[in-house]
Design a protein. Structure first.
Length: 250
């Protein structure tokens, strides 16, 4: 009687398939890539936080806009000045012109945003905090990536910098004429005086050029700029002594 040959044992269903050399290489490459992505992300977040904290105590030496203007014009006029050496009326004028609720919001003026949406694209709603972030860290022009990064960074700057520091940086990096950056250079460029000696009218005219410094002149104001400066003068006088000036007043 012939012996029955034993049947090979069947593999149990659900048993793990043996890892092929190709899949093993892919797994190792993926783990290595994930490791490096985590390191890059960690360094990026650290640099992001460091770039905010460093300017609490160190003044921004230059901005991307200054670099661009220096390439275009050959040189720029820029000198840092402490906020204590800026006439209080100049501080109030800039706030009245650019962000009347500067001391009351956390980086975004919701009411101004609603008004801007209601009135259409012709009206801006950027706060001084947003403009400071844009001027110090980013480039000019309209782009969604830049606006998204600006929106992300503004609350962090608000949480770590004081309002007085934000205004101080803004006054020093804002462009007041082609290649003229900061209130120190602007005061001497337009009126031949230091920022501490600006009169209320001069301060209002300087603040009036900020939305479009390349097409407006504080020393040779148009009729429209005179009207705007007059409104700023009234606004600066109104917020004097109010809570809207408390965060940067002496």
């Amino acid at each position: 009687m012939a012996k029955k040959t034993a049947k090979p044992a069947q593999k149990k269903q659900g048993a793990k398939k043996a890892e092929t050399p190709k899949s093993g290489v892919f797994t190792r490459q993926w783990l290595r890539l994930r490791f490096w992505w985590r390191r890059v992300l960690m360094w990026a977040v650290s640099l992001f936080i460091f770039s905010i904290l460093i300017f609490i105590v160190i003044n921004p030496p230059i901005t991307w806009t200054m670099i661009g203007e220096k390439r275009r014009l050959g040189q720029v006029d820029y000198q840092w000045v402490p906020i204590e050496q800026v006439a209080p009326v100049m501080r109030r004028s800039v706030v009245a012109a650019e962000d009347a609720n500067f001391c009351l919001h956390w980086g975004f003026d919701v009411e101004a945003i609603r008004d801007a949406i209601a009135e259409g694209a012709g009206r801006g709603a950027s706060t001084i905090s947003q403009q400071t972030v844009k001027n110090v860290y980013f480039w000019q022009g309209r782009s969604w990536p830049r606006k998204a990064m600006e929106t992300l960074m503004t609350p962090l700057v608000e949480m770590t910098w004081t309002k007085r520091r934000i205004l101080e940086v803004y006054l020093n990096v804002a462009e007041f004429d082609e290649g003229v950056f900061g209130v120190e250079a602007a005061a001497r460029h337009y009126f031949g005086v230091g920022p501490e000696d600006l009169t209320p009218v001069q301060a209002a005219r300087l603040a009036a050029v900020l939305p479009n410094p390349k097409k407006r002149s504080a020393s040779k104001p148009s009729a429209a700029l005179r009207r705007r400066a007059s409104a700023i003068l009234d606004g600066a006088a109104t917020i004097r002594g109010e809570s809207r000036a408390a965060c940067f007043a002496d």
